[in-house]
Write a protein that binds this ligand. Structure first.
Ligand code: COI
Length: 366
């Protein structure tokens, strides 16, 4: 174990959860509803830069009602996980990639960048202090949620002069639950997630706020997630409410929407594409018309669809539904062997939990 709290001063929670409270909270947590005893925090002021790096007891934060984040959503966030290995050690998965993406998101949102060093120190310091919240149970992990918010009390539409970095940690299981046969996805027709030049490739609050009404529509149609088409031509599939989309062809090759600037560059997406290429598969990143998917599913040319993300990991999709659409992925038989989605889920989680070699050096010791 390194000394991750070097730059983050720890102020311990003097009333942490008891062992029993913690075990109960971690038993079957609803995603993002249970939090650990501490949070990491740092404060930025125009002219001074980042300061006051600290790990403090988790508590509500006082905010001025005119804090810019509450009015103009000047914000950026990340999602990553800490995993407990069988040997008791705790590892992070590609946190440098999350640090780089947060820096990019901060640039787009006119927020001060968080350096990779600060990002890692905050995340690792928090995991270290709250290490007994990292469960060793199968499929469990500690979900880390860094967020950068504009705290300055100002109604001027301009970059805030006061900003906070906050990191909370949340014990989690699988985001969409056991998918089994695969989930149904609602293809949004009236709504788009992102537009060229907008913030589609930025991990920022507003993208998720805007996805909630279409997501609600999806739920009303019995679907667990919404899929968005591109705003320019209303033709090409982009991404789901909070995860990327992958299709597998009968010949074993793989298709996924290319990163056009309107799609979030998922760390899980990139990892899975890398693992697929390692297997010698052809991976095409390009524009994919919804009609191409639908026709492929009907003809048997497309044999699998799945969603991937940090929270979702890999979730098979069984069906695409919309007002004028209801098409299912061809059913698999026993002889088909394991699906690509399942193979990738196992491949990825084996690396994350230390059950397999880490050929790309993705795992980082806490
Ligand atoms: C993640 O996968 O980390 C996300 O941020 C997606 C969110 C919808 C839970």
């Amino acid at each position: 174990t390194q000394a991750p709290t070097a730059s983050f001063t720890v102020i311990p929670n003097r009333r942490p959860a008891t062992d029993e409270e913690r075990w109960l909270a971690m038993e079957d947590p609803v995603f993002g509803k249970v939090f650990t005893d501490h949070m990491a925090r740092a404060t930025w002021r125009e002219g001074d830069g980042w300061a006051d790096r600290r790990i403090v007891p988790l508590a509500p934060i006082p905010l001025h009602p005119a804090a810019a984040v509450l009015h103009y959503a000047q914000q950026a966030f990340e999602g990553l996980k800490a995993y407990r290995w069988a040997d008791g050690s705790i590892k992070l998965f590609r946190p440098e990639a999350n640090a780089a993406r947060l820096a990019a998101s901060c640039r787009r949102m006119a927020l001060p960048e968080v350096s990779e060093e600060d990002f890692l120190a905050a995340v690792e310091g928090l995991v270290e202090v709250d290490q007994n919240w990292v469960s060793g149970t199968d499929g469990a992990s500690l979900y880390l949620r860094p967020t950068v918010i504009a705290t300055e009390a100002s109604l001027l539409v301009q970059p805030a002069a006061e900003v906070d970095l906050l990191v909370t940690a949340s014990p989690v299981g699988a985001y969409m639950g056991a998918a089994g046969e695969g989930v149904s996805i609602w293809v949004s027709r009236g709504y788009h997630r992102a537009n060229p030049g907008g913030t589609g490739d930025t991990k920022t609050a507003g993208n998720y706020a805007a996805s909630m009404l279409p997501q609600k529509e999806a739920k009303e149609h019995g679907c667990s997630q919404v899929l968005f088409l591109d705003a320019r031509e209303d033709t090409y599939v982009e991404e789901l409410g909070g995860m990327n989309l992958v299709a597998v062809r009968a010949d074993g090759s793989v298709l996924t929407p290319r990163l056009t600037g309107t799609i979030l560059p998922g760390v899980t997406r990139d990892s899975i594409l890398t693992l697929l290429r390692d297997e010698g598969r052809t991976v095409e990143e390009r524009d994919i018309a919804l009609s191409e998917l639908v026709e492929g599913m009907e003809s048997g040319e497309i044999v699998e669809l799945f969603a991937c993300g940090t929270a979702a990991v890999v979730t098979p999709i069984a069906r695409l539904v919309s007002d004028d659409l209801d098409v299912s992925v061809p059913e698999r038989s026993e002889d088909d062997g394991p699906s690509v989605a399942e193979t990738m889920r196992v491949r990825l989680t084996d690396i994350q939990y230390g059950r397999a070699e880490d050929p790309h050096g993705w795992v980082r010791e806490v």
